[in-house]
Design a protein around this ligand. Sequence first.
Ligand code: FES
Length: 121
Amino acid sequence: MVRSPMADPDPTPREPDQPGLADTDDVCLCFHVPLGKVKAFIRREDPPVASLISDCLGAGTGCGWCVPVLRMLHRQHESGEPMQVGVDPAAYAGGRRAYRQTGQRPDGIDKSAGSDLPPTS
Ligand code: FES
């Protein structure tokens, strides 16, 4: 069942020196799903497994680039940490372009996204 995610009532706009994705930045670039929508969905639905985040506008069901980040957000929520993605939006989008061309995740994206992001290869 696809649920209609509600918008985050208080999305965080980008601050000039803010590291990482803002709530208004797309975390799933295939389906243009903003980070704030995913965070609101996770808070509201409290999905038992990260794969259910796909019910939020199809996030993670395209190229797969964002799946480790969606898993990280789910883990952050489950452990009571703030949900955040510490990757510069341009680097995140550039990493996806390279990933789609080569099937490999560029070095450094995982470390800058968050320390608990799963290893990729
Ligand atoms: S960026 Fe989310 S599936 Fe491609």
